[in-house]
Design a protein around this ligand. Structure first.
Ligand code: F6P
Length: 523
């Protein structure tokens, strides 16, 4: 039965009518235990969701909805390696990448053993490069690594490296994703070819952006090293298509495989995490995985009432489907986490930005909200105005580490104050219409002791599972991404039309005029 036809959905609709005008301020005033009542924790990660437009009954009804959508069944299938990616008929086993021990069979093979073997190779390689024991050619120590990949083959490792990068490290690791060669050129500035290692990360090894950048990198090396055979040693590939990487010219010994049951946006835990092991050390990569595994275990076993990812998902559904909130913001009060929203945009929107259910029937309910955000403190001086006084309801997640000296205390004060200001608002009768703030704007406060690898791993897994629960409730396939394909096909068609002698095909007048304007300039 479509989810919006269930009793549970309809009960939430009528409940919404009774609570939508409640003021959170009144709810706090009427219940001194409210913060405690609506706070969950796992280790030192604490989710205070009391500043939401909810009552106990709201949460109960949302949990009933989760039962109606068989979230428990989908969760079991996810962890067991069943084909939860229904449109592509394959499992989504990012949790297996973090699992220690046990076994999971896919196509008769134990993937846990395969994962352990690749992880062992990665750790050995990363350790050797960091120690200067592994050299590309002529015994020159590697000082710089340039990671080339896009989407899931870039956002995850880039964000983790930025978040945990130590002040001093044996290797400098940079990233380039975009087709605009300005990015790779900038990453290469000041680098010495003989001591630079390139990682080409592409699950499919067909992504045009990544291949074009890999060719640029190859030419940059060739110009200095002069011999193809020398260039080979400077490339490592991370891919589920090793034969294609080999065809590109990567030594089989330098290829680290991944599997088609790892979704691109869930792949930082696989060999795609190699730049993390190189930049931060293999033991830090292990800690990241261990933190994620802890969240997996919590998500798998904790009842809905205590389940952090499920609670975040239920709140998300509450606002998206009952308050018609179209966006959600993630605000990191930790500068090092500023790339988290970019990673999360892919994790959430590529997963749940769908309009048909698993059977291909159009859905009548909203799916993924638009996810946006950034460094919260910087945002205060830019877009927070709209959060406080704009016409849109934008549920917010605030993330902050509690550790730090007096300088950070001011940052923490700002973070806490923003959650209070959004909730409290300011009365027009007291301050006049221009300064009035409606308040009653919801937020989650996610705090943790310090931003270390284990905590980061747990936070990322928390958001992955939040996305999964949302998708289960919306009845969609959270693991395919067919919507990205048409643009790729059209770009491949238009590219030859941009060359001076290319034949321009049939287009609408706008696209045709873009192509012609470009071509006229070239003449
Ligand atoms: O175009 C979207 C996408 O397929 C993402 O899902 C993926 O993370 C990204 O491109 C990169 O793909 P690949 O790792 O195959 O190069």
């Amino acid at each position: 039965m479509p989810i919006d036809q269930t009793q549970e959905w309809q009960a939430l609709q009528s409940h919404h009518r009774t609570v939508r005008d409640l003021r959170m301020g009144d709810l706090f005033a009427g219940d001194p235990e409210r913060a405690k009542r609506f706070t969950l924790s796992l280790g030192d990660i604490r989710l205070d969701y009391s500043k939401n437009r909810i009552t106990e009954e709201t949460m109960t009804l949302l949990r009933h909805l989760a039962h109606a959508a068989d979230v428990a069944g989908w969760k079991e299938r996810l962890f067991a390696g069943a084909s939860v990616n229904t449109s592509e008929n394959r499992p989504a086993l990012h949790t297996a990448l973090r699992q220690r021990g046990g076994s999971i069979l896919v196509g008769g093979k134990d993937v846990i053993a395969e994962i352990a073997s690749v992880r062992g190779r990665m750790a050995k390689f990363a350790g050797a490069v960091r120690d200067g024991m592994w050299t590309a050619h002529a015994g020159t120590r590697i000082t710089d690594v340039v990671h080339i990949g896009i989407g899931g083959s870039d956002l995850g490792p880039r964000m983790v490296v930025e978040a945990l990068r130590p002040d001093t490290a044996p290797l400098r690791v940079r990233f380039a994703s975009c087709l605009d060669d300005a990015e790779l050129t900038s990453a290469l500035s000041g680098l010495v070819p003989a001591s630079t290692l390139f990682i080409v990360a592409s699950k499919s090894f067909t992504t045009p952006e990544t291949l074009a950048n890999a060719i640029l990198a190859k030419n940059w090396l060739l110009a200095a090293l002069r011999e193809e055979s020398l260039v080979k040693g400077h490339f490592v590939a991370l891919t589920s298509k090793p034969e294609m990487a080999q065809r590109f010219g990567v030594d089989p010994a330098n290829i680290y495989p991944m599997w088609d049951w790892v979704g691109g946006r869930y792949s930082l835990w696989s060999s795609i995490g190699l730049p993390i092991a190189l930049a931060l050390g293999p033991e830090v990569f292990d800690d990241l995985l261990a933190g994620a595994a802890q969240m997996d275990e919590h998500f798998r076993t904790a009842p809905l009432e205590q389940n952090l990812p499920a609670t975040l998902a239920l709140l998300s559904v509450w606002y998206a489907n009952f308050f018609a909130a179209e966006t959600q913001i993630v605000l990191t009060y930790d500068w090092r986490l500023r790339l988290l929203p970019a990673w999360l945009q892919q994790a959430a929107m590529e997963s749940n930005g769908k309009s048909v259910d698993r059977d291909g029937t159009p859905v009548r309910w909203a799916t993924s909200p638009v996810v946006w955000g950034g460094s919260g403190n910087d945002g205060q001086h830019a877009y927070f105005q709209a959060l406080h006084q704009g016409t849109h309801l934008v549920p917010a997640d605030f993330l902050v580490a509690l550790t730090g000296g007096p300088h950070r205390r001011a940052l923490l004060a700002n973070c806490f104050a923003q959650t209070e200001a959004l909730m409290r608002g300011q009365d027009a009768a007291e301050v006049g219409p221009h300064k009035a703030m409606p308040g009653n704007r919801p937020s989650n406060a996610i705090t943790f002791e310090r931003l270390d690898a284990a905590t980061l791993g747990a936070l990322l897994a928390m958001y992955e599972h939040k996305t999964f629960v949302e998708g289960a409730i919306w009845g969609i396939d959270s693991f395919d991404q067919w919507g990205v394909e048409l643009g790729k096909v059209l770009a491949a068609r238009i590219e030859p039309e941009l060359s001076p002698d290319g034949r321009i095909g049939i287009h609408d007048s706008s696209t045709a005029s873009l192509i012609e304007t470009y071509r006229r300039r070239g003449r």
